[in-house]
Design a protein around this ligand. Structure first.
Ligand code: IMP
Length: 429
């Protein structure tokens, strides 16, 4: 499989970082195509733990090239900081990371507006990561966004910034009653960013095309997850980008005919951070135990993640939307202590069974899961590397997940380290 897309099938935090890191071994180019530094991809190598926000996880493999595609929104300050942090830890980034000249920038007014807009929403707040992601994508669609290429054109940057500030400052001062943002300091700051990033700003769609023409393997690293996708997720409790496989094509500039496979990542249970409906959420001791054992705290914001049972309807829908060719199931070992494990096979609304996720968010908020209960395995699976060595009830659980999601499972993760993996099929074969 020469060109593979990796996407989350739930609400993000499925463990994509570890899987992308593993697959990077056999890939040549690793590409982020959407989202921004709202993502937090955790990779553990030996005793070291890395959390990547904007830089593709492939950077941890010496010699691999990485791309931040046009579909990503970039906070240049955050990117420079992340690059410096990695270099300080001995990971060479310069010369290996390219950033699309078409990628849109997160500006200080995006963060300010997001903060005030969330406050205004009160109980209906989205619970964003506060990174300015939504307002940056809104400006992109409104065709007033500032792009990476603009950092290298001081006159154009001044013109665009001046125009945008006249509008944004109106909102900040008149609607939100907070301080306005001055042009000159922002202009200076962003021109400085341009100076620091100019060597890596390029036409990355062309770069990816040339790599493909050269027979290179390209790995597309999704951020967030299918049900946070702006079109297919639990709107409005979503992020503002296309976190599904289609987003890889537009967000990197490649045609769908160049893609050979789509791997979905699903955690062996479900988590969600931020607001929004979550039918299988457990607000009891079991939920707390999953949170504790699974260390379910946001890698970007540190917020506790809400935890619940595996929702097969959620993942089955993701399989369809993304055209998944297979699944990787992560964090199986977190369920080791459960006496029994439950899987939601569908929902019930007002006593009537549903086998599709309702679009109406108020209906979804009222849905109750319909569970199937399986015996737990009550034996440690952490670090197991062979499928046959899993306890029989754990194998049964995995097989059931595959049946209910109608998707083949190619990989099972049994711990955070690279070695703690059961590979059922070589995904790049
Ligand atoms: P935003 O992406 O900061 O606008 O946040 C919108 C929603 O997506 C919130 O519920 C966030 O908690 C969620 N979200 C954004 N990025 C991630 C992620 O990487 N993992 C999990 N949830 C995320």
């Amino acid at each position: 499989m020469a060109n593979l897309i990796v996407v989350g099938t739930q609400w993000g935090d499925e463990g994509k970082g570890k899987i992308v890191d593993l697959l990077s071994e056999t890939a040549d180019l690793i590409v982020r195509f959407q989202g921004g530094h709202n993502a937090g991809h955790t990779v553990v190598i030996g005793q070291e733990r890395f959390v990547l926000h904007l830089v593709p996880s492939g950077i941890l493999h010496a010699g691999k090239s990485c791309v931040i595609g046009n579909g990503v929104v970039v906070d240049p300050g955050a990117l420079i900081e992340e690059r410096a942090g990695l270099e300080k830890r001995g990971i060479r980034v310069r010369g290996r990371l390219s950033v699309s000249d078409r990628a849109h920038l997160i500006m200080p007014y995006h963060r300010a507006i997001e903060k005030e807009s969330e406050k205004l929403k009160g109980a209906r707040k989205i619970g964003t990561t506060g990174r300015g992601i939504g307002p940056a994508y809104a400006d992109k669609m409104a065709r007033i966004g500032i792009r990476m290429a603009d950092l290298l054109n001081p006159d154009l940057l001044r013109q665009k910034l001046s125009l945008n500030l006249s509008e944004m400052n109106y909102f900040l001062e008149k609607l939100y009653k907070v301080k306005k943002i001055e042009l000159e300091p922002v202009l200076k700051e962003y021109l400085e960013y341009g100076e620091q990033l100019k060597d890596c700003i390029t036409d990355t769609a062309r770069l990816i095309h040339l790599a493909m023409e050269d027979g290179k393997h390209v790995l597309f690293e999704g951020a967030q997850g299918t049900h946070l996708d702006v079109d297919h997720g639990t709107y409005p409790y979503v992020t503002s980008s296309s976190a599904t496989a289609g987003g890889a094509c537009t967000g990197a500039g490649v045609g769908p005919t160049r893609i050979d496979g789509v791997l979905g990542i699903a955690k062996a249970y479900t988590t969600r951070v931020g607001s929004g409906p979550f039918p299988t959420e457990l607000k009891d001791d079991t939920g707390c135990r999953l949170q504790e054992i699974g260390k379910e705290f946001g890698a970007t914001t540190g917020r506790p993640r809400r935890c619940g049972w595996f929702d097969a309807l959620l993942v089955r829908t993701a399989a369809r939307i993304n055209g998944l060719t297979s699944l990787a199931v992560t964090k199986l070992d977190v369920l080791d202590e459960c006496r029994e494990v439950k899987i939601a096979v569908g929902y019930k609304l007002d006593g009537r069974p549903l086998d599709e996720i309702p679009t109406d968010i108020e209906k979804l908020e009222r849905c109750e899961p319909v569970y199937e209960t399986l015996p737990g395995w009550m034996r440690p699976t952490g670090g197991v590397t062979e499928y046959e060595k899993l306890p029989a009830p754990a194998r049964k659980y995995i097989e059931r997940l595959s049946d209910l999601t109608k998707t083949r499972i190619d990989l099972i993760s049994t711990g955070s380290k690279r070695s703690e993996t059961i590979l059922l099929r070589n995904l790049f074969a």
